[in-house]
Design a protein around this ligand. Sequence first.
Ligand code: HH2
Length: 295
Amino acid sequence: MPLDGLGSRPIVMGILNVTPDSFSDGGKYVGVSAALERAREMVNEGADIIDVGGESTRPGAEPVPLEEELERVIPVIEAIKAELDVPISVDTYKAPVAEEALKAGAVMVNDVSGMRFSPDMARVVARYGAYGVVMHMKGTPRDMQKAPFYHDVVGEVKAFFQERLDHLVNQGVDRKKVILDPGIGFGKRLEDNLALVRGIPSLLELGCPLLLGPSRKSFIGRVLNLPVEERLEGTLAVVAIAVFLGATLVRVHDVLAARRAVDMAWALRDSPSLPSLGRENPMDSVDLTDRAGWR
Ligand code: HH2
């Protein structure tokens, strides 16, 4: 059963960007002690897993050299692992970074390229028995927002997931450890992002847990006409609806507020006194309580 005493409640993934240039928190948590302090804070606020990232993938971002990304993320993962009893995810599309992070104690690889950019990524995830997040992105961070277009965004993302699942299983990845993410803001127009949130029940038909990362993103800014530092309420609305529609994980900057929104949305979805919403919940395959397995 995921999560002691709380049934299979959804998972809040706290974002820890150890980058100088991330779109909403760049430069705030650079250096091991600032990053560790932020990780402690997020755990106290209710994060179930910490996602450590060393390269911004905001639109137009330039790739970070391998050595630099390793220097940014590995000491932070080691420090979190040494002090905190929390599972760690690494946000990278580079197989060597994923491998070093798994060696240092991470248990999940969050790859915004859907394990396309590094040919070795699926094999690394398979070898370590790690969880793998397969995110959909159109193009690369450098060009993804240059006139993205879809005829049927939910159908196209779903077809991408199916192709990736086939590839991953072929490379030895355990299908039960694959988490799918439609990639909010990654080569998507406003209407595509909205359609993907509404399309969660359709994406769940693939039988994998779903992760959503709407936190502070520009589609919220577009709807509400608000700058990045004023997108909390919009983020919480999306997070709550995503969980109500069946998302298993949400990736957020504002952990305390998201924890509350997620738990409330989950009560509405999962109350035993209410008729079932009639959708299978693949959450049971993500077991964060088995700390022996994680550590
Ligand atoms: N979004 C960002 C980064 N990683 N991973 C997943 N699985 N899903 C997402 O939606 C996602 C992600 C971008 O957000 P952030 O980390 O805040 O910014 P930056 O890329 O500028 O560091």
